[in-house]
Design a protein around this ligand. Structure first.
Ligand SMILES: *Cc1c(COP(=O)(O)O)cnc(C)c1O
Length: 392
């Protein structure tokens, strides 16, 4: 918890009498984090924000001056970003794009479209021709990951619905070459998420850049942009040990050099790593009970607000904000933290030790700023939504 979040919550705790449940976002901390990420970025690299991690307006506006642009993964996100961050470069990726969404991207004249399949490329070509507008594209590729360790969440390196594989590339390139409207700027890769290891990620960058070089020779094409995806990881189990972005950035120029890729722009499109740490989900403890030998604390709210622990199947890190005047009901015991839903899956952390806990205390879950509220089944059981508090 940052000092300002702690201060805000302890002040609120003194005045609240009804059971509390809220998301709290520390926007100054977000701004500081993105500024540091930006400052570490080597020359020739760009940083985009993948809006699907958290598309809330104050988040986008806080990031605005520190990112090169925003990534949309649907027509809905594209409209929202077009409205919220006018004039900023937008990119559009994701499988199953509607023809109407591709038309929308053309209409907005976005920076580049990430093409996921041959049929999408063909549809885009016809649309661009109809509109009489050239369209800049990256081909999203799925390649084998020899010599690279995987992470907990893989979008590629194995069969997935994402991108083209190299057997389709010659067809895609011939379509591009035959078209007066498709302008191939380069390639897009987003093969893994939850990356925590700098060496492994540098090896991945090396693999991408060497692969691009090989394709350029093989197909006699020139490209100027490689989108190397997001996937930079947050360590939910050891929150002091997230991906070391500054160490990665310090070593990246050497990889670019080795791969003879100085003429290319490398574009990152990070989501989780940018916004996870600025958000907190807070539940007041409503009830504490022992059931068949184990302690449970039931909080106001649950996974219908904060699905992250259920989605990741992990114990989410938290701290306890005690109401000191309340005598502890449990001390130095493991307790399972659950919400108000009538399903055994509504668990935020299982059998975690707490020093002291009483009904009325607040449980503060950190790292709740990405893939949290917006991935939750918010209407399940018709409980009221959490409050939302923006620290500015
Ligand atoms: C979701 C997504 C991202 C962002 O991934 P993070 O793991 O949040 O950094 C980037 N690119 C694509 C194509 C995505 O689908």
């Amino acid at each position: 918890m940052t000092p300002s979040v702690y201060h805000t919550l302890s002040t609120l705790q003194q005045s609240r009498t009804e059971p509390f449940c809220a998301y709290v976002y520390d926007l100054p901390a977000l701004h500081q984090h993105i500024s540091a990420m930006r400052a570490a970025l080597p020359a020739g690299c760009e940083l985009f924000y993948a809006a699907k991690a958290n598309p809330e307006q104050p988040i986008l506006h806080t990031l605005l001056d520190q990112v090169d642009g925003f990534e949309a993964a649907s027509g809905g996100e594209l409209s929202w970003l077009h409205e919220q961050v006018p004039g900023k470069p937008l990119i559009f990726g994701g499988p199953g794009k509607l023809t109407s969404e591709l038309a929308q991207a053309l209409e907005y004249d976005i920076d580049v479209i990430h093409v996921e399949s041959i049929s999408e490329l063909q549809r885009l070509d016809s649309l661009a021709q109809q509109a009489g507008k050239p369209v800049r594209v990256l081909l999203r590729m799925n390649i084998a990951l020899e010599g690279i360790s995987g992470t907990r969440l893989m979008m590629g390196g194995k069969p997935t619905p994402f991108g083209l594989d190299s057997s389709e590339l010659s067809h895609a390139i011939s379509l591009v070459k035959a078209s007066s409207w498709l302008k191939l700027r380069g390639f897009h890769f987003h093969l893994m998420s939850h990356q925590l290891d700098v060496d492994n990620h540098l090896a991945l960058m090396r693999l991408y850049l060497n692969q691009v070089k090989e394709w350029c020779t093989q197909y006699d094409i020139e490209v100027d942009l490689v989108n190397v995806g997001g996937g930079i990881g947050i360590n939910y189990q050891q929150p002091d040990n997230h991906f070391d972005w500054s160490a990665f950035c310090a070593r990246l120029p050497q990889v670019i050099d080795e791969c003879d890729a100085k003429a290319l722009t490398l574009r990152f499109e990070c989501g989780r790593f940018i916004t996870a740490a600025c958000g907190y989900y807070v539940m007041e403890v409503l009830d504490i009970k022992k059931n068949l030998g184990e302690w449970f604390a039931i909080g106001r709210g649950g996974t219908h607000h904060f699905r992250t622990p259920a989605a990741q199947s992990h114990n989410h890190p938290f701290s306890v904000l005690r109401r000191e005047h309340l005598p502890a009901q449990i001390e130095n015991e493991p307790v399972t933290l659950v919400g108000q839903l009538c399903t055994p899956k509504d668990v935020l952390a299982r059998q975690q030790p707490v020093a002291a806990l009483a009904s009325g205390d607040w449980l503060v879950f950190s790292l709740a700023g990405a893939y949290a509220w917006n991935i939750s089944h918010q209407h399940f059981l018709m409980h009221s939504p959490p409050e939302v508090i923006w620290l500015r």
